[in-house]
Design a protein around this ligand. Structure first.
Ligand SMILES: Cc1cc2nc3c(=O)[nH]c(=O)nc-3n(C[C@H](O)[C@H](O)[C@H](O)COP(=O)(O)OP(=O)(O)OC[C@H]3O[C@@H](n4cnc5c(N)ncnc54)[C@H](O)[C@@H]3O)c2cc1C
Length: 261
């Protein structure tokens, strides 16, 4: 199988760097082919702007949506974007690895998503009408592929527990797992999270690698998070709100997973 690891940490000798090296070796030893997009090492351009298209400037104002579509459709995207899209199409599984920074991904990784997820590639895919609002949330360009987050967090696991002050980790990761991964079609596996990173010592690191190794070994048969599919009949279209008999009386992120019915 082909695995793309998108890695966002500036320091190779960090905990994240060690986990990345462990993961590559574990996957390759199991016979998989791994490509790594090491965003800091690549000096990845994080900001989306007019330079993302090689089209001749016409003097029109820059429109991030329209210009993304034109560049994608006309083969005029900048080379770095095109290469990352090719890696995504090549991959059977994609891992996004990052330290939790201000309750989300580092800016360089957010910029990777903004630029690589072009109009026509990751959004604006499929028919958009009052009866079919695009191929998204379980359908789309990346359907059939698996994705998983590998995250390190300074906070304790209890800080992210059901009543923890930071809010549940599943809620914090929802915009990434549901909005960024499920949206263009990925089956999203439960995340691998390491908490309380300032207390990592060789013994805890060994335990973390043991658990991570098992997660990587079972990348192909771990059941994905049962996010509901937009076009499977559970949502009104085009309102895109859950039908009344699904999770009746409930709201919030958890209603979009079927195990919470
Ligand atoms: C801007 C910013 C925002 C942040 N926001 C949040 C937030 O919102 N929520 C939150 O919970 N945290 C937050 N943090 C903390 C952040 O999540 C952690 O600093 C990060 O996850 C640690 O990962 P690292 O790879 O940088 O670890 P490192 O600092 O490199 O290492 C952590 C520990 O692991 C040890 N270690 C590293 N490699 C090994 C190895 N091979 N074997 C054994 N031990 C090893 C190190 O000695 C160190 O003690 C934030 C940090 C920053 C800088």
């Amino acid at each position: 199988m082909n695995v793309l690891l998108v890695y966002a940490h500036p320091e190779p000798q960090s905990l994240n760097g060690s986990l990345r090296d462990f993961s590559i070796k574990r996957l390759e030893d199991a016979g998989h082919t791994v490509q790594v997009s090491d965003l800091y090492a690549m000096q990845w351009k994080a900001v989306l702007d007019a330079d993302d298209s090689t089209a001749t400037q016409t003097g029109e104002r820059f429109d991030p949506v329209r210009d993304s579509l034109r560049a994608f459709a006309d083969g005029l995207q900048s080379k770095d974007i095109e290469l990352e899209q090719q890696k995504l199409l090549w991959a059977d599984a994609v891992i996004l690895q990052f330290p939790l920074w201000w309750f989300s991904m580092p800016a360089i990784l957010k910029g990777w998503v903004e630029r690589v997820y072009a109009y026509g590639f990751a959004y604006g895919v499929g028919e958009h009408s009052d009866t079919h609002w695009g191929d998204r949330y379980g359908e789309g360009t990346l359907a059939g592929k698996r994705a998983m987050l590998m995250v390190t967090a300074g906070g304790w696991e209890t800080h992210y527990g059901p009543r923890g002050i930071n809010g549940p980790m599943d809620d914090i990761l929802f915009p990434i797992q549901h909005g960024i991964l499920h949206y263009p079609g990925f089956d999203v596996l439960p995340p691998f999270v390491i908490y309380r990173t300032d207390k990592i010592d060789p013994a805890r690191f060994a335990v973390a690698c043991e658990v991570l190794g098992q997660r990587l070994d079972s990348l192909w048969d771990t059941p994905p998070i049962p996010f509901r599919r937009q076009n499977a009949g559970e949502y009104h279209i085009p309102e895109l709100s859950l039908k009344e008999h699904i999770a009746p009386g409930r709201s919030g992120f958890t209603v979009h997973s079927s195990d919470n019915q």
